[in-house]
Design a protein around this ligand. Structure first.
Ligand code: SAH
Ligand code: SF4
Length: 339
């Protein structure tokens, strides 16, 4: 798909044409221009030639049917993953990728180990949501929430991510409000500050994973460039400017960051009424092992006793390795299915 060529195709046509086209694309979710009968035939033909609407992806459904992963094939042959999560409360959350691979090389992350190819374009980000809306159409459902927790570091593809968010927000298009969009970052401090100034109501999640610089630098090399003091100060600035809650993601990795002492250190570090900690069972992808459920319970209790707000993400679609960054790593074969 090439949505940006749309603008070129319609050139100086009236604004209502653009609205009709957006409606066809994002609301009616057409997959072939010939069905957009509100448009004149010659424009449909032009659009079919210059802006084809097909999206190629392999879909993998989890046994519980709540999680669906897709490996999307990009125009240059690269692949990215995107995940749909169907929550019991009716939310339909899509996890999107922002880059092909990731340059930051976190030692626990399959995406990081795979290296970095390139940033995704605005279209390639938006298309992931479009793909799932098409997928949900037969059951009269649509994507309600978007999280930037797929492959890549969204704040290193800042302008495309922000433009994609504005497209997702567009009331003539998907109409997904900023409050239902979350950006997860490894902690690019200056970009967190920049985001705070955008006056967007998006949710911020910080991949913390360690209560001190020593452990965090082992897990996340970016911590050497932006150590905790800088990152926490940028997050604090974000909260002051936006008054939004911030989620601190904390992977529970056996023998690395899950000791009682580390829970106590974490409680001191993450101390603000608008901060909450999300404990995530580590999905093993190589070097590390996940903490036991007993350890996670104990860790959580220490945080709760210290008065911290703690949530716990349970293994969502564990059978298809739902933690981000793992599908593309596992699927190197040729496409099985195209939709
Ligand atoms: N680069 C951004 C967003 C993508 S990663 C970031 O790091 O925040 C999204 C989340 O998946 C991060 O919190 C990351 O730490 C987590 N993650 C990576 N590998 C994982 C694994 N094997 N098990 C569980 N979570 C993982
Ligand atoms: Fe990149 Fe995030 Fe994976 Fe780290 S955890 S390598 S920042 S995708």
């Amino acid at each position: 798909m090439d949505i940006s060529s749309l603008q070129k195709c319609i050139g100086d046509q009236q604004a209502y044409r653009l609205r009709q086209i957006k409606r066809a694309l994002y609301v009616d979710l057409v997959e072939d221009w010939q069905y957009v009968t509100t448009l004149p035939k010659n424009l449909r033909e032009l659009l079919a030639r210059s802006c084809p609407l097909d999206i190629h992806a392999d879909v993998q459904i989890s046994g519980d049917n709540f999680t669906v992963k897709a490996l999307m094939h990009l125009i240059d042959g690269k692949r990215i993953e995107t995940v749909l999560m169907r929550h019991e409360d009716g939310r339909r959350t899509v996890c999107v990728s922002s880059q092909v691979g990731c340059p930051l090389g976190c030692t626990f992350c399959a995406t990081g180990r795979g290296g970095f190819s390139r940033n995704l374009t605005i279209d390639e980000i938006v298309e992931q949501v479009l793909f799932w809306n098409r997928y949900l159409k037969p059951s009269a459902e649509k994507v309600t929430n978007v999280v930037f927790m797929g492959m890549g570091e969204p704040l290193l593809n800042y302008s495309n991510v922000l433009s994609a968010i504005r497209t997702l927000n567009d009331p003539d298009g998907f109409g997904i409000g900023a409050r239902r969009i979350s950006i997860s970052t490894s902690g690019i401090a200056p970009k967190i500050r920049k985001l705070a100034n955008e006056l967007l109501q998006v949710n911020l999640a910080l991949s913390l994973h360690a209560p001190n610089d020593c452990i965090r630098s082992q897990l996340m090399p970016i911590n050497k460039q932006f150590p905790l003091k800088q990152v926490m100060s940028a997050v604090s600035d974000y909260v002051t400017k936006t008054n939004r809650q911030v989620m601190f993601e904390y992977l529970m990795i056996r023998g690395v960051n899950d000791a009682d002492e580390q829970a106590r250190e974490l409680a001191v570090l993450v101390d603000h009424p608008l901060y909450f900690i999300n404990l995530i069972p580590y999905n093993p992808t190589g070097a590390y092992q996940p903490s036991s459920s007993a350890t996670i319970r104990r860790f959580k209790q220490i945080l709760l006793r210290a008065g911290r707000h703690v949530t716990q993400r349970y293994g969502f679609g564990q059978d298809i390795a739902a933690a981000c960054g793992q599908l593309a790593a596992k699927n190197n074969g040729s496409p099985r299915r195209t939709s």
